[in-house]
Write a protein that binds this ligand. Structure first.
Ligand code: A3P
Ligand code: EST
Length: 290
């Protein structure tokens, strides 16, 4: 088993240890006109939206999405690990149109994304489900430190000490910035409730004209069940020494409200307090039930 590297702090943000080594290249990264960027706080539906965008830019051609695993088709900007090409290296060698994934907060996004004609899609999810999903992900993805007990992890989450920092700052800052540029702000809970409606929004936003038949194909291909079974979307091709799906599968539940199966009444109330305090200065709201 690979050692779990400790978190490092770059520009005031906690980040996965190995990612810190490539930080300067991330900040200097050159976005290009036409790039599509999906930004999220971890565990908010990044992989889901990545698969959707890859299908959309290929006009729903499912065979094209079999050309590689999701993390190869939609490279992760901040990604870095010893003896592996970093996200920036992969992206620099990639032809347009590029779909890029990032977990960066607004103020740390490389400036070239603001300068070029890029479209940014932001996807947010309620903090209780993010917290539960993130805890399981920390356990199974060995690039993360040991999360400790669930109780410990709740504290780390509330303090903004998990990788990529504070959930509330992330969602609020991107919400504030959404009118500054071409940014489409989406919610995981809306995607679950009415996927076709959200797919139409995304299609329009990226300037694609896709038929209802193609949208239906994209919808079917990106249901939780189908993505869970799709080797090119479910991260199962990664060695178990790096991601151990027997601890917790990457495609775990895919629902809204799983937090009710994990949080005690006291823990849920603590999160309610956190939410009330952190969200008192914004009109951004989340749904916790489906
Ligand atoms: P759970 O752990 O709650 O199941 P990310 O891609 O940002 O890391 O987010 C992962 C979360 O999104 C996981 O949540 C995963 O199951 C869920 N997910 C992935 N694909 C999905 C889909 N097609 N529909 C619904 N949820 C999906
Ligand atoms: C790290 C954080 C995160 O929120 C999502 C992902 C998905 C891609 C993962 C990466 C990660 C951790 C490191 C990897 C990577 C795919 C290959 C790599 O080894 C597991």
């Amino acid at each position: 088993m690979v050692d779990r590297p400790p978190i490092k702090v770059v520009s005031g943000m906690p980040i996965l240890g190995p990612f810190a080594e490539n930080w300067e290249n991330v900040q200097r990264f050159q976005a290009k006109d036409g790039d599509l960027l999906i930004v999220t706080f971890p565990k908010s539906g990044t992989t889901w939206m990545s698969e959707i965008l890859d299908l959309m830019i290929h006009n729903g051609d499912v065979t094209k999405t079999q050309r590689g695993a999701i993390f190869e088709r939609v490279p992760f900007l901040e990604y870095a690990a010893p003896d592996m090409p970093s996200g920036t290296e992969i992206l620099n060698a990639m032809e347009s149109p590029r779909v890029i994934k990032s977990h960066l907060p607004v103020h740390l996004l490389p400036s070239s994304f603001w300068e070029k004609k890029c479209k940014i899609l932001y996807m947010a999810r309620n903090p209780k489900d993010v917290l539960v999903s993130y805890y399981h992900f920390y356990r199974m993805a060995i690039l993360h430190p040991d999360p400790g007990t669930f109780e410990d992890f709740i504290q780390m989450f509330i303090e903004g000490e998990v990788a990529f920092g504070s959930w509330s700052d992330h969602v609020k800052d991107w919400w504030k910035s959404r009118r500054q540029k071409d940014i489409l702000y989406l919610f995981y809970e809306d995607m679950l409730e009415d996927p076709k409606c959200e797919l139409r929004k995304v299609t329009k936003f990226i300037g694609k004209d896709l038929s209802e038949d193609i949208l239906e194909t994209i919808h079917q291909r990106t249901t939780f069940k189908n993505m869970k079974e799709n080797q090119m979307a479910n991260y199962s091709t990664i060695p178990t020494s790096i991601m151990d799906h027997s601890i917790s599968p990457f495609m775990r539940k895919g629902i809204c409200g799983d937090w009710k199966n994990h949080l005690t009444v006291a823990q849920s109330e603590l999160l309610d307090e956190y939410y009330k305090m952190e969200m008192s200065d914004t009109d951004l709201t989340f749904r916790f039930d489906n």
